[in-house]
Design a protein around this ligand. Sequence first.
Ligand code: TXA
Ligand code: MG
Length: 318
Amino acid sequence: MTTIGKNLDFALALLTENELVAIPTETVYGLAGNALNEAAVVKIYSAKDRPSFNPLIIHVPTVEAIKQYAELDSISQQLAEAFMPGPFTLLLPKKDIIPDLVTAGSDKVAVRIPKHPLTLRLLHQLNFPLAAPSANPFGYVSPTNARHVLDGLNNRVDYILDGGPCEVGVESTIAEVINGQIILHRLGAVTAEEMETVTGLKVIPKISEQVDAPGQLKSHYATKTPLYLGDIPTLLKQYAHKHVATISFCKSYEGLVSGHQYILSPKCDINEAAQHLFSVMRSIDEFSFDLIIAERFPDRGLGRAINDRLERAQAIHK
Ligand code: TXA
Ligand code: MG
């Protein structure tokens, strides 16, 4: 049975016994286990039905702690000091102490310091890092509150540490420093521009569908209801005979019942829109809409990360 609560000692005890606990972070909830224990890591893959070629991010309490598990070059260190704790993950050469199972055989490990008071306290009290993918069944939308985790993983995780709704709402930015360049593997709240400002280096987007970065695979983060991305009035005309829900930034559109329009931020705040994105996608899935029509968000900051997630959500239906 899965229980939900705020009992840090209970979470600590379970994790120390190599059991799983869902943890709150500022991005999305993670499904955490002892990253140094293969049995715990196996439980993570199986609870999520996640293919074992899809590597996991490890979570640590401080920049100093990163060095126990990975090689931290000076540029990566600069990035870590600027953006951690925060919605930011670095890919680094791994040390032997990290099991190959965590990195799916890669010699790189993804490391992050989440900025959530409960989870930071937990990490400070543990003497091992936590491997934690997003706490959703593989391929579905990431959870941004404790209830979402329960909906997807009931009986597959012992305890959900409830830290309230996630502040950022989309998964962390993933970056890697190679030969004096920064490769951007996943879009998130920390932007390419911010990384360029801090380091003075160029950031290069990595557009790929390699199996080593399935967060970058198309048909990820998908709703069960088919989702189309584009101009809402045009698509509404095209699908006039269908039972449609829309996802928009701050405008409402004519010709639709208000309860079928999901406006992510009536005050046009992109951060608020990102906070609400996944929970709105999940709510729509609870009704019997034929399809979701979503508009493109402003192509800057978190708007880019939102567009990226919407594009991946629609690809599966093509
Ligand atoms: O915000 C986040 O990063 C959340 C919270 C829970 O920390 N975690 C998260 O984990 O989004 P997950 O497993 O859903 O996504 C991690 C992404 C995947 O696309 C994975 O392929 C990539 O990171 N990744 C992890 N380790 C990697 C590695 N060694 N090489 C390449 N990609 C890696
Ligand atoms: Mg995920």
